[in-house]
Design a protein around this ligand. Structure first.
Ligand code: ADP
Ligand code: ASP
Ligand code: MG
Length: 409
């Protein structure tokens, strides 16, 4: 007997028939004698619908109220899933994040899980129930409902698997595994049977939506056995996230290409080039809990510098307001600009560690298509660039081809 956590994304619970399909799969695992915890997302499109509704009433919706509202999507699907299971004669019980007590911090709309009270779930499992938990949501220490950021149901699934010391966490979605890049953009993309944890972490952090980055972080921290599978296929092993690099296998240099349309660029122009400037610019941004991704600084001949960084598009206006109100006059910057029309593309692979020339191959490929690179950031296992968003799909396609990632045949 194993304890398995199965997470189903929005398209997998999009309507009653699909929810019944989820229940059928759960029933099969139950019949084999396993204990099953099911985590579900809201029906596909529902979270977007709720967010749009909020914006019709308040231009910049209050984050606490937004979380109270947007978490209702998952409250619907947990009850429907439990009902579908009951209809098949399986005892099932649903829980919201607050009912479980998935304790988070109070960073509304992007809260982090601090702890999970798993005792009641364990009791229910031991009593023979299938436990259905709402993804994406938690509760802070004051009882406020919080949400974990877009795609956060993945994180609920993996965090529950960690808390329950589950034998496996299965992420069921609308693709049958992790591909060399998003198969919607490059139909020739190839499914990977395994991917190392490090690469998955990097792909997720660079924007591959197939797994939320925090889910991958949890899997790494607690060594959760994590697999991505299709909810629309009966068979198939999906993609297993591995924690050790396979020694005997020829490791490809590049394993995948990720991209991200969600970032915006902030540039602080004409800043005096002196110690403390980066701190004066980024300190107030960090204090406002705005995540910064790429950063570059260039010093010109006249002793001033331009300072550029990227933030999530949702936080661009907030970042600009902070800089214009609190920082610009203070540091004597000439101008502060924002640009939303950017996209980030990254090539990822642990094989890069032992190979030189990947960056130049990447830059040559983009140059041949006339794609201008606006920012570059590298680590041991990734190279990412910011380009004009209109070139995003082209960039992904040509890089996928240049690095030989297509399916054989
Ligand atoms: P769910 O609602 O099940 O969580 P998501 O839409 O969040 O599903 O994630 C699955 C989607 O991720 C796929 O439909 C695919 O378009 C996208 N995706 C992006 N990068 C990849 C990749 N490297 N491999 C597989 N899918 C990817
Ligand atoms: N329903 C949430 C979203 O659309 C969480 C998730 O699907 O993982 O982002
Ligand atoms: Mg998702």
């Amino acid at each position: 007997m194993a304890l398995i956590v199965q997470k189903y994304g929005g398209t997998s619970v999009a309507n009653p028939e699909r929810i019944r399909n989820v229940a059928r799969r759960v029933a099969r695992y139950k019949a084999l004698g396993h204990q099953v915890v099911v985590v579900v997302s809201a029906m596909s499109g529902e979270t977007n619908r709720l967010l749009a509704l909020a914006r019709e009433v308040m231009s910049d919706p209050d984050p606490r109220e937004l979380d109270t509202m947007v978490s209702t999507g998952e409250q619907v699907t947990i009850a429907l899933t439990a009902m579908a299971l009951m209809e098949m004669g399986i005892r099932a019980k649903s829980y919201t994040g607050a009912q479980v007590r998935i304790l988070t911090d109070d960073a509304f709309t992007k809260a982090r899980i601090l702890g999970i009270d798993e005792e009641n779930i364990r009791k229910d499992l031991d009593a023979g129930f299938v436990v259905v938990v709402a993804g994406f949501q938690g509760v802070d220490e004051h009882g406020n409902i919080t949400t974990l950021g877009r795609g956060g149901s993945d994180t609920t699934g993996v965090a529950l698997a960690a808390a329950l010391k589950a034998d496996e966490c299965q992420i069921y979605t609308d693709v049958d595994g992790v591909y060399t890049t998003d198969p919607r953009i490059v139909p020739e993309a190839r499914r990977l049977t395994t991917i190392t944890f490090e690469e998955m972490l990097e792909l997720a952090s660079q924007g591959s939506k197939v797994l939320q980055i925090r889910a991958v972080e949890f899997a790494g921290k607690y060594q959760v056995k994590l697999r991505v599978l299709s909810s629309f296929e009966e068979e198939g092993d999906g993609t297993l996230i591995t924690f050790e690099e396979e020694e005997n296998m020829e490791q490809p240099i590049i394993s995948g290409i990720a991209f991200n349309r969600d970032e915006a660029k902030v540039t602080v122009l004409g800043v005096p080039d002196r110690p403390g400037i980066a701190y004066q610019i980024l300190g107030p941004i960090a204090d406002a809990n705005i995540d910064v991704d790429m950063i570059i600084q260039n010093t010109g001949a006249d002793g001033t510098t331009d300072f550029t960084f990227t933030v999530h598009k949702n936080e661009l206006n907030k970042a600009l307001a902070i800089l214009r109100d609190k920082v610009q006059a203070h540091i004597g910057a000439r101008e502060i600009t924002g640009d939303e029309k950017i996209a980030k593309v990254a090539v990822v692979g642990v094989g890069m560690r032992s190979h030189v020339g990947i960056a130049s191959e990447m830059f040559r490929t983009l140059a041949e298509e006339g794609i201008n690179i606006q920012m570059i950031s590298t680590s041991e296992i990734k190279i990412s660039v910011v380009v004009d968003e209109k070139y995003l799909e082209l960039a992904v396609r040509v890089l996928h081809k240049a690095f030989g990632l297509e399916q054989a045949g």
